[in-house]
Write a protein that binds this ligand. Structure first.
Ligand code: CA
Length: 231
């Protein structure tokens, strides 16, 4: 079974080889490039279903490649960063990357991210109004603006529901604080503390264990993510 076509851009030949082999074993048709310029040409020729893009390339940085890809296409892009810095994560997301991974990562982690990105971009998630989303013991109905936990209706404020809806519509995606502030309150709202307070209220209502959030996870210094899976 073919999963699809994947453009792998990585200038470390050994890592590139290992990843390509592993992805091929999982059913992906993989094309590899080690230079950003060649990757852009390959993309234009081949138009793959997904791009896995290393940030540290020799001829140009992956951020530039990401920006150039975005001008051509809405292809799902997963960026790979060597350094686990908040700034590079934010830059990756702001430039239109769909997700990011920090080296070193396990194949399982990569496959989970690929699956999540494709589910969103291939029309999963909650884009259709009226759709119900079930996440473990939670059921969220957009049309009714209702959230139930184990069948019991939860009392959410309007803002709490708006935040939850925004996160649920971007399931498994990290939404930056700025993105959420703009989405909920419009531009010019810069008080991120308000957002943190609403999130903590939401967690009190939704989470079985507030100290170990299961649905609403924090990506420190970056934003929040609503998770579709339970591990
Ligand atoms: Ca590199």
């Amino acid at each position: 079974m073919t999963e699809g076509t994947l453009l792998l851009v990585e200038d470390d030949p050994q890592l590139c080889q290992v990843l390509a082999t592993q992805l091929e074993q999982k059913g992906w048709k993989v094309h590899t490039e080690s230079y950003g310029s060649a990757a852009l040409e390959a993309f234009a020729r081949w138009s793959p279903d997904l791009v896995l893009l290393d940030i540290g390339l020799e001829d140009m940085d992956g951020f530039q490649v990401c920006r150039a890809l975005r001008r051509m296409s809405n292809v799902p892009i997963i960026l790979v960063t060597a350094a686990d810095t908040t700034q590079s994560k934010i830059t990756a997301l702001e430039l239109g990357g769909d997700d990011y991974l920090t080296k070193p990562f396990y194949l399982g982690e990569l496959l989970a991210r690929i699956k999540a990105v494709l589910r969103r971009t291939r029309g999963g998630g909650m884009s259709a109004p009226g759709k119900c989303l079930t996440l473990g013991e939670l059921t969220i109905s957009l049309a009714q603006r209702e959230v139930r936990r184990k069948g019991t209706l939860l009392k959410l404020t309007k803002t709490e529901f708006d935040i939850l809806q925004e996160l649920a519509m971007h399931l498994d995606e990290v939404l930056t604080y700025d993105f959420l502030l703009r989405a909920i309150w419009g531009s010019g709202h810069e008080d991120v503390r308000a957002l943190h307070v609403h999130i903590s209220n939401l967690r009190r209502k939704l989470e079985p264990d507030v100290l170990a959030p299961h649905f609403l996870t924090t990506v420190p210094g970056v934003g929040y993510r609503m998770r579709s899976f339970s591990n």
